[in-house]
Design a protein around this ligand. Structure first.
Ligand SMILES: C[S@@+](CC[C@H](N)C(=O)[O-])C[C@H]1O[C@@H](n2cnc3c(N)ncnc32)[C@H](O)[C@@H]1O
Length: 419
C-alpha cells in the first residue's frame, strides 16, 4: 500500500528531528542554528565566484555518459557553461544542504558523506566546506579531472576523496560507512532502486539518503513510489524535487512533503553587507518614526504607517487584508511606504517586496511566511464590506535604533561603507 505523504511547511512539523532538518533547509536566518565563521564565509564566496566563472566559461568537456542520458545535451562534447547552468545543483540547494550538514555535524560523532555524481565539483566543494569527510564518485574521467582542477583552485582538494568509475562498480568495491549519501546521478528507475537497496547495508545507523530528481521522469516517480512503499524507510521527506530517506529507530513513521519557502535565503556572500545596510536603514526609520512622535491610532483604510510604540521601542508596520472573491481567498499584504525608501540596497528590500508581490493562496500561507521573516500580528479584526467580510491584520516588525542613512550620500555608500 502506498504511504500517504503529508504536505507541510517547515514551521508546521512536530517531530523534532524533521523540524530541525526542515528549518535548516527552508527556514529563515534566525531559525538556523549555524555559525558562519570567517573561513567558511570566504570559502563560500570563492565557490560562488567559481560558479560565476564557469557560467561564462568557453571550455568544453568530452563526456562519457554512464547515466540516464541528458535532455539538454545531444552530443558528447558539452559546454561547461551549460553544465553549470542546467546540470549542477543551484546555489540555493547547495547552501541549504550545507546548513543541514553544519547543524548535524554539531550533533553527530561520525560525519561521512558520499556524493554519487561529481560533475564539475561545485556541490562537492559546498559539502567539503561543511567540514564533513567527503567522498565523491564520477563515471567520466574528463569530468572528474575538471572537478579536481576546480578544487585545486579553491584549495579544498585535500578534503575530497574523489573516485572515478561507474556507481555499480564503486558500490560493489566500497565498504560504506557513510552517514549521508547524496544520489545525484543515473536518474533511472531500476538503477536508483538498486543503488538504494545496496546502500541499506552500507549506511551507518541513522544514516540518510537524499535522492535527486524524483520527479524528473515517469521512471523516477515510480522509483520514489516504490521507495515510499518500502517499510525499511520509516521516515521520508520530499523537498524541492528530491527525496530524503531515513530508517530511524524510535521515530514515529511519517512521510512528509516539505513545501518550499517562497522567500529566497539570504545571499550568503552578501550577508555582512546586508546586515550593515539593514542596520543603517532601520536607524533611518527609527529616527523618522521618533520625529513623528507616538501615534495612538493606526489608520486602517490608508497605507499602514510606522510609529513609536508606547513602550518606546520602534516598530515598522504593515497591513494584511484577507477576503474572498468568487470563492477564492485573496490576501493583500502592504508595508509602510517608508520601506520603499530603503531603495539604496536591493537585498534589504527583497524579502518585503517579495512578500508584498507574492500571490498568497491562503491566510495561513501568508502568516507563515510573514512570521518567518519576523513580522508579528499586532491586531486582528473583521469588517463587513459590500463585497463581504474582510479580515484586517496589523503587522509589526521591531526596528533597532541606529544611525540615519543620508539621501545625499554618494552611491558608493550603499556598499556598506561609513559615510
Ligand atoms: C547531475 S550530475 C552531478 C551534479 C553534482 N552533484 C553537482 O551538483 O555539482 C550527475 C553526474 O553523475 C555522473 N553519473 C551519472 N551516472 C553515473 C554512473 N552510473 N556511474 C558514474 N557516474 C555517473 C555523470 O557523469 C554526471 O557528471
Amino acid at each position: 500500500m502506498k504511504r500517504k505523504e503529508k504536505k507541510t511547511y517547515w514551521r508546521g512539523i512536530h517531530s523534532p528531528f524533521f523540524f530541525d532538518l526542515a528549518r535548516h533547509l527552508e527556514g529563515g536566518g534566525r531559525y538556523v542554528d549555524v555559525v558562519y565563521d570567517k573561513g567558511l564565509v570566504k570559502a563560500l564566496e570563492q565557490i560562488e565566484g567559481l560558479r560565476q566563472n564557469l557560467r561564462r566559461s568557453s571550455d568544453c568537456i568530452e563526456v562519457h555518459d554512464c547515466g540516464a542520458g541528458s535532455r539538454v545535451f545531444k552530443s558528447k562534447s558539452r559546454e561547461v557553461r551549460k553544465i553549470t547552468r542546467y546540470v549542477i545543483q543551484s546555489k540555493r540547494v547547495a547552501f541549504s544542504l550545507l546548513r543541514v550538514l553544519l547543524f548535524w555535524r554539531a550533533h553527530r560523532r561520525s560525519v561521512k558523506i558520499l556524493e554519487m555524481g561529481t560533475s564539475l565539483g561545485l556541490t562537492t566543494a559546498y559539502l567539503a566546506a561543511s567540514g564533513w569527510e567527503v567522498e565523491t564518485w564520477e563515471g567520466c574521467q574528463q569530468t572528474a579531472n575538471y572537478a579536481r582542477k576546480n578544487w585545486k583552485g579553491l584549495g579544498c582538494e585535500g578534503q575530497i576523496n574523489s573516485k572515478v568509475g561507474t556507481f555499480k562498480r564503486l558500490m560493489e568495491e566500497s565498504q560504506g560507512g557513510w552517514d549521508v549519501v547524496f544520489l545525484d546521478g543515473h536518474h533511472d528507475r531500476d538503477a536508483t532502486l538498486a543503488y538504494v537497496e545496496c546502500l541499506k547495508t552500507k549506511l551507518n545507523p541513522g544514516g540518510a539518503i537524499l535522492v535527486d530528481d524524483i520527479v524528473w521522469s515517469k521512471g523516477m516517480k515510480e522509483a520514489w513510489s516504490k521507495l515510499l512503499e518500502d517499510s525499511h524507510w520509516n521516515a521520508t521527506m520530499t523537498w524541492r524535487g528530491k527525496g530524503w530517506l531515513f530508517n530511524r529507530d524510535g521515530e514515529i513513521e511519517q512521510h512528509l512533503k516539505l513545501r518550499k519557502s517562497y522567500i529566497s535565503l539570504s545571499k550568503f556572500n552578501n550577508m555582512k553587507l546586508f546586515t550593515i545596510v539593514f542596520a543603517a536603514i532601520t536607524l533611518l526609520m527609527s529616527t523618522q518614526v521618533q520625529a513623528q512622535g507616538t501615534k495612538e491610532q493606526m489608520k486602517t483604510k490608508s497605507n499602514a504607517e510606522s510609529s513609536t510604540s508606547a513602550s518606546g521601542a520602534s516598530k515598522i508596520f504593515g497591513e494584511m487584508l484577507v477576503f474572498e472573491i468568487n470563492g477564492k481567498t485573496v490576501v493583500k499584504v502592504s508595508f509602510d511606504p517608508i520601506l520603499g525608501r530603503m531603495g539604496a540596497d536591493k537585498d534589504a528590500l527583497m524579502a518585503s517586496q517579495q512578500i508584498g508581490d507574492f500571490k498568497f493562496t491562503s491566510m495561513g500561507q501568508a502568516l507563515n511566511v510573514l512570521s518567518s521573516h519576523g513580522w508579528m500580528v499586532e491586531h486582528v479584526w473583521t469588517t463587513l464590506e459590500r463585497s463581504g467580510a474582510v479580515q484586517h491584520f496589523i503587522l509589526s516588525h521591531d526596528v533597532a535604533k541606529l544611525t540615519p542613512v543620508s539621501p545625499w550620500l554618494s552611491k558608493n555608500t550603499k556598499k556598506g561603507t561609513k559615510g
